[in-house]
Design a protein. Structure first.
Length: 94
């Protein structure tokens, strides 16, 4: 099950687009042989699609978290209790 850490990781990936654009801009400006409009558009279209997929992943994780009730206090209380119970059982086995 995806959780808040997966959501955070996906959000960080979405932010990657700004670094990608900076790299592309630098590459286009610094090249000895200039790129054609077709090459530039192909790169930008590819980046646009990649960004769209990253956003879809964020929303998918977010929707999953909502459907599993992970934004409620009950869910966190239940998880905390399950973790505590599991560790207590491990201690009693020894």
């Amino acid at each position: 099950m995806k959780d808040r850490f997966d959501l955070e990781e996906s959000l960080m990936k979405v932010e990657q687009i700004s670094e990608d654009l900076n790299l592309i801009a630098k590459m286009f400006c610094d090249r000895v042989v200039k790129v054609t409009e077709d090459e530039m558009f192909n790169v930008l279209i590819g980046m646009s699609e990649l960004h769209k997929y990253r956003c879809e992943e964020v929303f998918s994780i977010f929707e999953n978290m909502i459907s599993t009730g992970q934004f409620t206090n009950d869910w966190y209380t239940k998880r905390k209790y399950q973790v505590k119970t599991s560790s207590e059982q491990g201690e009693s086995d020894e």
